[in-house]
Design a protein around this ligand. Structure first.
Ligand code: LLP
Length: 426
């Protein structure tokens, strides 16, 4: 990818909306996450358009980018939220979310998290095992409430994506075997602490075809029929997240291309009364963000040329973890500089600390680079490895840029650490 509509090139300089990126780098330093508000809105509107006039709810998958400002944007646009921890619940509430638009996924929900979510009054618990169902039922009963539940079923379909982000195969840890779901639903029906409200699945991430979703849908609809025959009726069907984005040359389907056949199938099976829930993360934020970084050194060896930049795997972990490909574009390409093939690497002491490989770029020390498609699973997966402060984050709206998370100070990184007093007083 080169320029994109919300990160255009004007007068030879890459911008975020109307702001030249070098200006942001001067003002806020690098590495810097830069998000486009218009891009967030545009991605949202694609979903909004796809569900217009339907009984459907889009619950933003918070883990993709959980900055409060991003959550607040989606909350104002009408999104619900898909959370996977008590921490994420606290975040969405702090961003103003309505708890009855919040669904709670995840295989390892702890007792305190279940209590916290029951107290908040969330829309649904996406329960992932028999043991979790039992724990939730007991806690709800003890609190004198009924927990709204869906079972997250594992439909055993291949999402045809990276194995680390594929979740709907039977060898994955996620969900309950769809064949065991009817008996679990029957158990749930008996329990005074539970209220059955739906069924859920999430088959993976960065999915670029519709067919895996429709395969999963078919299996879910069969399950819904079987449950109805047992007198168990549901209110909603949650198909999870997972729609992909373009990192390089992918052509992922639009939300409407996914949802139209889903609504058609529900209609055909007489299930039009079911609310459809989706949990998109990446497709709402991925291409709304870049990671701005500066070339510290060029190091040309016999084997390879390295551009050592000030961002690293602690800022953007996807290449190290999944060998993920992100576009890299010079912010202000200078004429007369020869193109060389570089590996773009960070300063961390690991060979796995690379952001891109084999990129033909005209580079000089001090140049700025934009790592593209970094809005999803970028900052949210960042760490402090090598005692590196997290990058700052800014949200651009036209000519305005808001700092939505300032750069951390070094002192903050170890402020919570304590040196114990030893017996000999040293
Ligand atoms: N719902 C559930 C239950 C999930 O587990 C996920 C993502 C989503 C929704 C949102 O999926 P999305 O629409 O963003 O694909 N760190 C990886 C991606 C991991 C996705 C985990 N689950 C990456 O950087 O590619």
């Amino acid at each position: 990818m080169t320029a994109t509509p919300h990160f255009p090139i004007r007068d030879g300089i890459l911008h975020a909306e109307d702001i030249p990126l070098p200006e942001l780098a001067d003002r806020h330093g690098t590495p810097l996450y830069v998000y486009s508000r218009a891009a967030l809105h545009e991605a949202w509107h694609r979903y909004e358009h796809a569900i217009a006039g339907r009984n459907a709810l889009v619950c933003y998958g918070v883990k993709a980018n959980s900055n409060l400002a991003v959550l607040h944007e989606f909350q104002r646009l009408g999104a619900g939220f898909d959370i996977v921890s008590g921490g994420e619940l606290a975040r969405v509430l702090a961003a103003g979310a309505n708890p009855n638009r919040v669904v709670f996924s995840g295989v390892g929900k702890q007792g305190w998290e279940l209590r916290q979510a029951l107290t908040a009054g969330i829309k649904c618990f996406n329960v992932e095992s028999a043991a979790e169902l039992e724990r939730l039922a007991d806690i709800a009963q003890e609190m004198g409430v009924r927990a709204p539940v869906s079972l997250r079923v594992n439909p055993d379909v291949d999402a045809k994506t990276h194995p680390y982000i594929s979740t709907g195969l039977k060898e994955n840890k996620f969900g309950v075997d769809i064949r065991e779901a009817p008996s679990l639903y029957r158990q749930a029906r008996q329990h005074p602490g539970l209220e059955i409200v739906g069924v859920d699945c999430h088959i993976g991430s960065q999915i670029t075809q519709i067919s895996p979703y429709l395969d999963a849908l078919d299996k879910l609809l069969d399950l819904i029929d079987a449950l109805a025959a047992d007198g168990i009726t549901l209110r909603h069907l949650d198909l999870g997240g997972g729609l992909g984005i373009r990192y390089t040359d992918e052509t992922p389907p639009d939300p409407a291309e996914l949802l139209n056949p889903v609504f058609a199938a529900l209609h055909q099976r007489g299930l039009h009364y079911l609310q459809v829930i989706l949990e998109p993360g990446r497709s709402l934020v991925g291409n709304a963000g870049i990671l701005l970084t500066r070339v510290e050194y060029l190091k040309c060896t016999e084997a390879r040329n390295f551009a050592i930049v000030d961002a690293a795997m602690n800022d953007l972990m996807r290449p190290a973890l999944y060998e993920a490909w992100h576009g890299v574009v010079p912010v202000q390409p200078r004429a007369g500089i020869p193109q060389e093939t570089y590996d773009i690497v960070g300063p961390i002491c690991e060979s796995g600390d690379w952001l891109a490989r084999d990129r033909k770029l005209p580079l000089e020390q001090g140049d700025l680079l934009a790592i593209q498609s970094a809005g999803a699973y970028g900052f949210s997966m960042a760490s402090h490895y090598n005692t590196r402060p997290c990058a700052a984050e800014v949200l651009v709206d036209g000519q305005n840029a808001w700092v939505i998370r300032p750069r951390e100070s070094i002192q903050e990184l170890f402020a919570q650490e304590r040196i114990p007093k030893t017996a000999d007083g040293r």
